[in-house]
Design a protein around this ligand. Structure first.
Ligand SMILES: Nc1ncnc2c1ncn2[C@@H]1O[C@H](COP(=O)(O)OP(=O)(O)OP(=O)(O)O)[C@@H](O)[C@H]1O
Ligand SMILES: [Mg+2]
Length: 456
């Protein structure tokens, strides 16, 4: 694809020289001498990269930039500012310009900037296409599995989508499909046209999450130069997906609880109550009930969230689902990478069925993606799979410098004895074995001296 560049500058000489240099590098170049003409061309021709002089005869560059971003947020805009005009460079970057150059600039700098912008455009388009596809295809995104556990999950989803506002708590180990279920609840229900907003509660510091969720008013804190809507407000009518909800700090939990009870909230620093209609879907791979017992998580919030709770069993407990999923992913990646794989060999199937899958469905998917990408054939063979699946040794060399289990056990016992100052009863408790059991192990491993002291 030839990248097209639009040059907006009122100086004829600049337009001419830039066109010449860029055309010589294989770009398609258009020019415009005013802001109005530039905007016209953007709308009509959809260039991929725009070089925009901030100082124009009819209007200022910033307002052109603002309009361009509205017309087509994917266009990469490089702005040219007058020497010393730091302020508009900063403003332009805030408005989403991809780069800026100061006058006077070297031709080579422009060429480099255009090259980088072209690359960014390609990436942005791919991402955008991908996102749109992800949205469109969702109703077809299947939850694979016929095991009792997954059948129950599917039935619960069907029930939940029929009730508009019920909160749902999704639990399960990492990679078991919690996000997939959250998306199913949103896209299969009546809220599908409204947004699904996702927030990972562990990626925000303390009250930043509160700000992200509920927004703030102008001047609420030092950096708040403008009012900002939070996710709760932005997804009105839709679904708020609180991922890793166990990591929410207690003050934010209190705010969330109040919001769930009243279905309204105040922006940070705001006085006005704002009402919204959203469904809350929360997910965690922790034992929230245990967190409630230890006081890390509010019990009242826990019960509000788990009006319906959906548990995703670990993959190794799903029986034949493992093979259904494996086949499904094999075909998916074969299509994607244009390979011929369409099933697993019998030994590979056995391996899949007996492996423990600590990373659950995500791990299974990754294993297959990698195998299909790197190997060729019609059936995935054991040799195509990573060695840890078979518990195969990483190398056939027996001299790998790793301790045996017995050595590790002996070392661990010594360490615990050292920490308990040689007190066998305490050490046994720490190790979870009987005192007699410990004494036997000491004899077997010939552990005598502990930290220079005689074992008591
Ligand atoms: N039953 C299923 N059928 C098809 N694909 C699945 C299934 N379960 C999970 N997947 C896929 O496995 C991957 C991991 O799932 P997902 O991201 O939903 O897991 P998660 O429980 O949210 O993990 P984490 O706790 O690490 O965030 C995704 O690519 C998802 O599409
Ligand atoms: Mg997840």
């Amino acid at each position: 694809m030839k990248i097209s560049v639009l040059v907006v500058d009122d100086e004829l000489l600049i337009r001419k020289s830039l066109s010449k240099v860029l055309r010589a590098r294989g770009y398609a170049v258009e020019t415009a001498s005013t802001g109005a003409e530039g905007l016209e061309r953007v709308t009509a021709e959809r260039p991929q990269v725009m070089i925009l002089d901030m100082r124009l005869p009819d209007t200022d560059g910033l307002s052109v930039l603002r309009r361009v971003r509205q017309v087509d947020p994917l266009i990469q805009v490089i702005v040219i500012t007058a020497f010393g005009d730091v302020q508009s460079a900063v403003e332009a970057m805030k408005l989403g310009a991809c780069d800026f150059l100061r006058k006077p600039y070297e031709m080579e700098d422009i060429v480099l900037a255009v090259e980088a912008a072209g690359k960014q455009f390609r990436q942005a388009t791919e991402l955008d296409l991908y996102r749109r596809k992800a949205w469109k295809n969702f109703s077809g995104e299947e939850i694979i599995g016929r095991s009792p556990g997954i059948t129950e999950v599917r039935q619960l989803i069907d029930k939940v989508v029929r009730s508009q506002a019920t909160s749902v708590l999704i639990t399960g180990e990492s990679g078991t499909g919690k996000e997939l279920v959250a998306r199913a609840i949103h896209y299969r229900g009546d809220r599908a046209q409204a947004p699904l907003m996702e927030v990972n509660c562990s990626s925000f510091h303390e009250n930043l999450l509160e700000n992200e969720l509920f927004g703030h008013e102008k001047g609420a804190f030092t950096d708040a130069s403008e009012a900002k809507k939070g996710l709760v407000e932005l997804c009105d009518g839709g679904t708020l997906f609180l991922d890793e909800v166990a990591d929410m700090v207690l003050p934010t939990q209190a705010k969330l609880l109040r919001f769930i009870d009243q279905r309204q909230f105040k922006r940070v620093g705001g006085a006005q109550d704002i009402s919204v209609d959203i469904r809350i879907v929360a997910a965690t791979n922790r034992d929230l009930e245990a967190d409630v017992r230890t006081g890390r998580f509010r019990g009242d919030l826990y019960f509000r969230l788990k009006v319906v709770s959906i548990h995703l069993p670990p993959l190794h407990e799903r029986g034949d689902d493992i093979l259904l999923l494996a086949r499904h992913f094999t075909r998916e990646f074969s299509r994607k990478f244009q390979k011929r794989f369409d099933d697993l060999s019998a030994p590979a199937q056995q391996l899949f069925a007996s492996y423990r899958w600590p990373g659950n469905v995500r791990e299974l998917r990754n294993v297959i993606e990698r195998a299909v990408l790197l190997e060729d054939g019609e059936r995935l063979e054991v040799e195509h799979l990573p060695p840890e699946l078979a518990g195969r040794r990483v190398s056939s060399d027996d001299s790998i410098p790793l301790p045996t289990l017995a050595q590790m056990e002996a070392d661990h016992i010594s360490e615990v004895l050292r920490l308990t100052a040689g007190n066998k009863s305490r050490a046994a408790r720490v190790l979870g074995i009987s005192r007699q059991g410990l004494i036997e192990k000491l004899r077997r491993f010939r552990i005598e001296e502990v930290g220079g002291r005689q074992v008591s």
